[in-house]
Design a protein around this ligand. Structure first.
Ligand SMILES: *Cc1c(COP(=O)(O)O)cnc(C)c1O
Length: 373
């Protein structure tokens, strides 16, 4: 087995299976590096460019267009670039849409991250947990016949891809007459979908589309018709104010937003859009799940088969001793980020957009080798 010193930094960056911050495409890393010396067309380091400059205004405008175009959304959707991560959206959503309402908002509790949204919503108003995966350790998602959506809920909130457990909805949930709100932090822009069925989608960048520091919020204009009037909520936490300021209410994370722009250019130009990206992501996940399924029970998948995630593949080895030896052997081959989230343990291989098929082939090779020893 090669030692870690023989694996180049480019190769190790490609073999980063971390759940987040996640791997980014080579070309994006290279352009980001160049932009630190001189951002193309700006004549300055991106770290010293004013967020009030024309250059940055054009970055924001192009990125808004790219997000709308990749998601196939019409002009009545606002595209915002906010701070505070997905966690801040756990609060901003109920502040705007739940506080003071007579009926509870409906939340699904399908894993670690949807669970983190619950106490934040409860602080603002009434919450009904429509379904919880807690009794069986979040190893599957609900079927349609387990979900009775109320017609008068202010909104439905769920997480499209549970990053920690490796569970992903492969369909859109809910009713057309209740606003759908979805945390897509770990599968945003990973595959095509019917995104105009959602009233609000949020996704921080650091799992699938960039570095930490910026959260993309896509919101249908009419969603705010029943929200508190502008000026009632703290300005920073008020969607009205953020929309009015075109995401530049205060100093935004210019560099992070620029890297997300580079990722969307890569998706549109090099990959060819979300249909092509979805095919690539499915091929990577299929390869890994096949290795797990063909291991005769040596590797055991955590997630129920129909709900398996294409982004985060979670599995276990037979004993803790074997787990540590596997992580060690993988590290010697240059593979990093494979330890599962502290809340569930095991192995988690995250296969975000920037991960190449060759990296998954390498992982599968290490798994095969390890098992045969
Ligand atoms: C990582 C993660 C979060 C937390 O995001 P922060 O940006 O750290 O607040 C929320 N939701 C999902 C689905 C995640 O994967």
């Amino acid at each position: 087995m090669e030692s870690i010193e023989t694996v180049s930094i480019d190769e190790r960056n490609r073999l980063n299976f971390s759940g987040g911050p996640g791997v980014l495409p080579d070309t994006v890393l290279r352009q980001a590096q160049e932009a630190i010396r001189e951002a193309p067309g700006a004549g300055l380091s991106i770290l010293g460019i004013s967020h009030r400059s024309d250059w940055f205004a054009s970055v924001v405008a192009e990125l808004q267009d790219n997000v709308r175009s990749l998601l196939g959304l019409p002009d009545n959707y606002h595209v915002l670039f906010l701070q505070g991560g997905a966690t801040q959206q756990f609060t901003m959503v109920p502040m705007a849409l739940l506080a003071g309402r007579a009926n509870p908002a409906e939340y699904l509790h399908t894993g670690y991250w949807s669970g983190k949204a619950l106490p934040e919503a409860r602080r603002e108003g009434l919450v009904r947990v429509l379904w919880s995966g807690e009794p069986h350790g979040y190893d599957r998602l609900p079927a349609d016949n387990e979900l009775a959506f109320a017609p008068d809920a202010p909104y439905l909130h769920y997480v499209s891809n549970e990053t920690v457990e490796g569970l992903q909805f492969h369909r859109v949930l809910g009713r057309d007459d209740v606003p759908r709100i979805c945390d897509m932090s770990s599968d945003f822009l990973s595959a095509p979908g019917d995104f105009s069925k959602f009233s609000l989608i949020y996704a921080h960048a650091q799992k699938n589309i960039g570095p930490a520091g910026v959260t993309v919020v896509v919101m249908k204009d009419e969603l705010l018709k029943d929200a508190p009037a502008p000026g009632v909520l703290p300005g920073f936490l008020d969607y009205h104010e953020q929309i009015k300021a075109s995401s530049i209410l205060n100093t935004p994370p210019v560099f992070a937003i620029y890297v997300v722009l580079l990722v969307t250019r890569w998706l549109r130009g090099e990959i060819g859009g979300l249909t092509a990206m979805g095919r690539i992501n499915a091929a990577k996940a299929d390869l890994l799940y096949r290795q797990i399924d063909d291991s005769g029970g040596f590797y055991q998948a955590h997630a129920a088969r129909p709900d398996r995630s294409t982004m985060n593949v979670t599995f276990r080895l037979p004993t803790p001793e074997l787990h540590y030896r596997f992580i060690e052997m993988a590290a010697r081959a240059g593979l990093s980020g494979l330890s599962g989230h502290r809340s569930i343990g095991g192995i988690r291989a995250s296969l975000y957009n920037g991960m190449q098929l060759a990296a998954v082939e390498k992982l599968v090779e290490v798994m095969r080798d390890f098992q045969s020893r």
